[in-house]
Design a protein around this ligand. Structure first.
Ligand SMILES: [Zn+2]
Length: 141
């Protein structure tokens, strides 16, 4: 005769099974203990991140910002995505934290200028009054 397995303890929710229930202000993916454990190991030359200012996300949290060396996708120049810049991006501009800088400062400025120019161009185009026979010149599809 088959032996009956011992019944598993029934847990209603993960939160109820935790030894230290999380206070509401802590994100679900961490505890205060884990946070302090990580912050004790914070490398030098980094800035601690302020989670309350991050845009809501489902990814792993960033505990601190560190300078990242990157290669520009447009011109191929090596550049540094600095920790101060990251803080500005993720906390003041509230850009999602998984966004990476792919372009150097000069190329970023070029892209921005092109976008502004395009917007101005489209605004100018809107002001143009169409020719009365405009429909005649349209391509028939
Ligand atoms: Zn570049």
């Amino acid at each position: 005769m088959r032996k009956k397995r011992a019944a598993k303890p029934v847990t209603t929710s993960v939160a109820a099974s935790l030894a230290h229930p999380l206070p509401l202000e802590w994100p679900r993916y961490t505890t205060q203990e884990y946070y302090s454990w990580m912050m004790d190991r914070m490398p030098k030359d980094t800035i601690p991140a302020d989670w309350s200012k991050h845009k809501p996300h489902n990814g792993a949290p960033i505990f601190w910002y560190q300078d990242q060396s990157k290669k520009c996708v447009d011109c191929g120049v090596e550049f540094v995505f600095s920790k101060e810049e990251q803080k500005h991006w993720f906390e003041e501009l509230t850009i999602p934290i998984y966004v990476e800088a792919n372009r150097c400062k000069d190329c970023r400025a070029t892209v921005r200028k092109a976008k502004v120019a395009q917007k101005l161009h489209m605004e100018e185009m809107e002001k143009i009054v169409p020719h009365p026979n405009e429909a005649f010149f349209r391509r028939k599809t």
